[in-house]
Design a protein around this ligand. Structure first.
Ligand SMILES: Nc1ncnc2c1ncn2[C@@H]1O[C@H](COP(=O)(O)OP(=O)(O)O)[C@@H](O)[C@H]1O
Ligand SMILES: [Mg+2]
Length: 249
């Protein structure tokens, strides 16, 4: 459903500080595949994700999402397919607004699955039901401002709001990097559940090799703008956690 064909991205072309961030990557990601990307700093992971999201436009190559050539389409024109969650929990939601109002805003912006902005009480009830599925007890705090929640709680709500869009692709760039270990675990489990429940195609970039091992149906390793390892679900299932550490040996 995502076909990346011989994609290249060079920054500062022709200058002394030229970087070939993505160096001719071809990658086909199937519908409902959950792809994990690992690789050392500067290997081009975020650039690849930006190319899929449309916040970076390639110098060469094509990107097809669901039979639509999106190669030259700006990111806001790809939002019908793509939702994105960043490292920083603050960037996904408005701190001063209540949980309920954040969902209201999201509902106005997009057409979220299973939410109708009609009668107030009905909307409130729907939001409560959605939030209850996170299993964090936040359904009883929907009048509380987002800023009073923990990073993990905010990130879980951001995830929920983003996947309730009509989107089919979820991009996660180190979504737990700014969280304490317990919150990180909650957010990863939430992401995994939402990806399965909403039948999403997902790409996760992580530095956490345990998460890379435990989550996802396929794993790739990037180095210097290229894919140097690619394990499908069968091969990933037989991978040992230590093998992953060896990749970085
Ligand atoms: N906007 C940019 N301008 C110039 N160089 C960039 C830009 N974005 C990324 N780079 C460079 O491209 C390379 C790959 O970066 P990135 O994709 O962020 O790697 P990763 O996410 O794997 O750490 C790095 O050398 C980085 O400095
Ligand atoms: Mg990065």
């Amino acid at each position: 459903m995502i076909a990346i064909n011989d994609i290249h991205k060079v920054f500062n072309k022709g200058k002394a500080n030229q970087v070939n961030a993505v160096n001719g990557i071809t990658l086909n990601i199937k519908s409902e595949e959950f792809l994990v990307i690992v690789g050392s700093n500067g290997s081009g992971k975020t650039t690849l994700l930006n190319l899929v999201a449309g916040s970076v436009i390639p110098d060469k190559g094509t990107i097809i999402i669901d039979d639509n050539d999106v190669t030259k389409l700006a990111d806001h024109h790809r939002s019908q397919w793509i939702a994105r969650v960043f490292q920083n929990p603050i960037s996904g939601t408005a701190s001063d607004l209540s949980i309920l109002d954040n969902f209201r805003l999201a509902a106005i912006r997009t057409k979220p699955k299973g939410l109708t902005i009609g009668i107030n009480d009905q909307f409130k009830q729907q939001v409560k039901e959605k939030i209850a599925t996170l299993g964090m007890g936040l359904e009883n705090k929907i009048e509380q401002s987002m800023g009073t929640l923990s990073g993990g709680q905010r990130q879980a709500l951001t995830l929920l709001m983003s996947v309730m869009d009509s989107c089919k692709v979820l991009l996660l760039d180190e979504p737990t990097a700014a969280l304490d270990p317990r919150s990180a675990e909650v957010v990863m489990r939430t992401a995994d559940k939402l990806i399965a429940d909403f039948k999403l195609t997902a790409i996760l970039i992580t530095h956490n090799l345990k998460d890379a091992y435990n989550y996802g149906t396929r794993i790739i390793q990037m180095s210097e703008g290229l894919i140097i390892n690619d394990l499908d679900s069968t091969k990933k299932a037989t991978l040992k956690q230590n093998d992953l550490f060896d990749w970085f040996g």
